[in-house]
Write a new protein. Structure first.
Length: 119
């Protein structure tokens, strides 16, 4: 099982990006999914999370600008980011709590996708 993150890139301030996180491999179920970010010289921090029933949670810095969602049929999570600011520049990591086919609960991380907000 692996998580494949994509969608990062260079965007101007005020712009938008949509990140995707695909769970690749045979699993039983995805519990919670989340997005974290790590800016240069800073600790990794939670941006948003979504539970298996769709309940969402956002960091204060993300509220009103970010929407986390998931497509359970596609085993994919998304992070829609709007009104991007230079301080949103970071490597964004997806995270998923997964129940394997052997009914073991494991947490997986994606490889990270770089978001750069700059004019």
């Amino acid at each position: 099982v692996q998580l494949q993150a994509s969608g990062g890139g260079l965007v101007q301030p005020g712009g938008s990006l949509r990140l995707s996180c695909a769970v690749i491999g045979s699993i039983f179920r995805i519990n919670a999914m989340a997005w974290y970010r790590q800016a240069p010289g800073k600790q990794r921090e939670l941006v948003a999370s979504i539970s298996s029933d769709g309940t969402t949670n956002y960091a204060d810095s993300a509220k009103g600008r970010v929407t986390i969602s998931r497509d359970n049929a596609m085993n994919t999570g998304y992070l829609e980011m709007n009104s991007l600011k230079p301080e949103d520049t970071a490597v964004y990591y997806c995270n998923a709590n997964i129940v394997t086919r052997d009914f073991i609960i494991l947490t997986y991380w994606g490889q990270g996708t770089l978001v750069t907000v700059s004019s």
